[in-house]
Design a protein around this ligand. Structure first.
Ligand SMILES: [Zn+2]
Length: 304
């Protein structure tokens, strides 16, 4: 296949696609400031790829359902645009794993019940003595070691899709990973790993630390805990560049304004995106609402 390399000047994505898929608009952000560039030779080659399970027809129907669900305040033309603007992209990401060991300390709380007596006034105005139960917590300090593996941290290597957006369509089923070969990309749009490996790995370490913090919290004994602190070391790190299948719907109403974009997990169909609301339509709805209210008030005789 003859490949064409393009760069989007708006979102800085470096995209590689087959000649017949040559596009004048960035598949990620809908910007028309794309320029052809020479193929890059210094980019890391992916180790693994995940195949597409969701086909184009299903992706388009997901976009159309989403556009409908935006309700009457969404821009018109959203549904119609779905067919031509839903594109399958292989998104580069780093798959990170490591062995973690942590020293932790925390306050562990054990709950117990006390029965207390109190005096109150009953319905007839008599002073009476009653009992009630109350839950108290006894706190003690505890420290320990915790060892665990993380092996499924995914961080974006794409300039076109930031990490928060990718997280919204995770998880991917990594059991379906297979070795990457250039034939994987045939017929698809692929992005090159535009973010540096070091930046991606430091992001991956942050995510791994956060995940381990959650797991450590769940591992705490007692009924509850507080002031959990830990020192974490990551060893035996593994990082592989993988290509993830995503469908992207991107539509730009005006240059300089953020695009409407829906991202769909190409394996599971999980979708996430944001759409700017149409201000004229909202104003119209508000005016209609006020009009109805006035009409109603006139009808019941409050005004007039
Ligand atoms: Zn772009």
């Amino acid at each position: 296949m003859t490949a064409v390399s393009i760069r989007c000047d708006t979102c800085d994505a470096d995209i590689v696609l087959a000649e017949h898929l040559r596009t004048a608009e960035c598949p990620y952000c809908g910007s028309s400031s794309v320029v052809e560039r020479p193929p890059s030779t210094d980019r890391p080659v992916p180790t693994f790829a995940l195949g597409f399970v969701v086909d184009q027809a299903r992706a388009i129907s997901i976009v159309q359902t989403w556009a409908r669900s935006r309700g009457p305040f969404a821009h018109s033309g959203l549904k119609a645009a779905a067919v031509e603007r839903t594109r399958g992209v292989y998104l580069p990401a780093w798959l990170y794993g490591a062995r973690a060991s942590a020293d932790w300390r925390a306050q562990i709380g054990e709950e117990y019940t006390v029965i207390e007596t109190y005096t109150t006034t009953d319905a007839k105005g008599n002073t009476v003595t009653r009992t009630r139960t109350r839950t108290e917590t006894e706190w003690r300090s505890l420290a320990g070691d915790y060892d665990a593996f993380v092996n499924d941290v995914i961080v974006t290597a794409s300039n076109g899709v930031d990490n928060a957006s990718l997280e919204e369509v995770e998880p991917f089923d990594l059991r379906a990973l297979r070795r990457y070969g250039p034939e994987v990309l045939a017929g698809w749009i692929g992005e090159e790993a535009t973010l540096s490996r070091d930046d991606c790995l430091s992001q991956a370490r942050d995510e791994a630390t956060e995940e381990l913090g959650d797991r450590l919290g769940a591992h705490m004994p007692g009924d509850k805990h507080r002031d959990l602190r830990f020192q974490l070391a990551l060893h035996d790190e593994v990082a592989d560049l993988v290509l993830l299948p995503v469908w992207v719907f991107a539509l730009r109403y005006a240059e300089g304004k953020p695009p409407v974009r829906l991202l769909i997990n190409g394996q599971t169909g999980k979708a996430a995106g944001r759409v700017p609301l149409s201000v004229p339509r909202i104003l119209l709805a508000v005016l209609l609402g006020v009009g109805l209210l006035v009409a109603l008030l006139i009808a019941v005789g409050v005004i007039g």
